[in-house]
Design a protein around this ligand. Sequence first.
Ligand code: UT7
Length: 330
Amino acid sequence: MPFAHIRGTGSAVPERVLDNAELEKIVDTTDEWITRRTGIKQRRIAMGDNNESTAALGTRAARGAMEMAGIAADQIDTIIMATITADRIFPSAACMVQKELEAFNAAAYDISAGCSGFLYALESGNNSIKSGMSRTCLIIGAERLSAIVNWEDRGTCVLLGDGAGAVILRRQDEPGGLLSTHIKSDGRLWDLLYSDKGNAPAPESLAGLVGIPFHLKMEGNRLFKQAVPCMASIAEKALEQNGLSREDIQLVIPHQANLRILQAVSEKLKIPMEKFFTNLQHYGNTSAASIPLAMDEAHRQGRIKSGDCVLLVSFGAGLTWGAAVLKWTL
Ligand code: UT7
């Protein structure tokens, strides 16, 4: 049975930084509240005149991963893009990325699983490699959440940001790489976090954000209560299936929704916070982009070494949640 190894990681974020102080001028909030309740200090916001569409951010992240992996565009068999903010309802953002990369040997498609989208995409890529359908998969998580946020709702707009991350998954015979993936959903609770409209165009400036036809709706408090047990239990299942103890995990790369959620998951799993990689203070919650964006930063900062066991764990709209265990071989 072949193994799917991560051979490269990449990420991209918009240039424009929106910090908590600036948000205080847009909605009735404070840096103190946002920091204490979420850990977030700033987020990135895509601007139309910087060419920062979801597909453009995804393409930049993909190029970083391809360069690290030494993979040319024509070697890619499958492009899977996790996003809830594709630039158009159709075609898929993955096809737009395919065009930019000129990866014309690939099949390209999107996956919508909210903040768990990257883990769903990783599972699809893993299955494609293990079944012999693909040798090289490009897996991307990219979001422009600023397009779907109600910039007059302080309960949600302070939380979210834009960005992208990508990995190259490659078939190898040596054991290692992706050891397992677990994904779960509960559609009964879809109405805790959902969209009711199409996407707004990217504005030329922050002033243009306020009038966009908003549509992201969230019951944050009820989600919080679901997130912690779901993330902890699927992470435990993933460890158990791989015969790993919590001490065997060198790094946890979680979905970056809220520092308090991560602290609660850390307590439940009895894996100390020092082993949790967090960058939500810089980017907020970037939904499907958050895990690959964090993974790329963790790798480039030297936080993951070859041979390390890495646990990925997510939770998001759907509801969806998931976990993956990696033996890092980069
Ligand atoms: O990405 C995956 C899906 N998302 C999640 O998993 C998010 C999970 N939920 C959360 O992270 C937290 O529930 C939030 C950060 C969204 C909210 O934190 P909370 O501690 O659950 O606060 P809350 O919603 O219970 O609100 C507490 C108070 C309320 O005021 P009252 O009713 O107590 O007077 C809110 O109106 O905080 C108020 N509030 C704010 N105040 C200042 C809500 N948002 C803000 C704000 N600034 N931005």
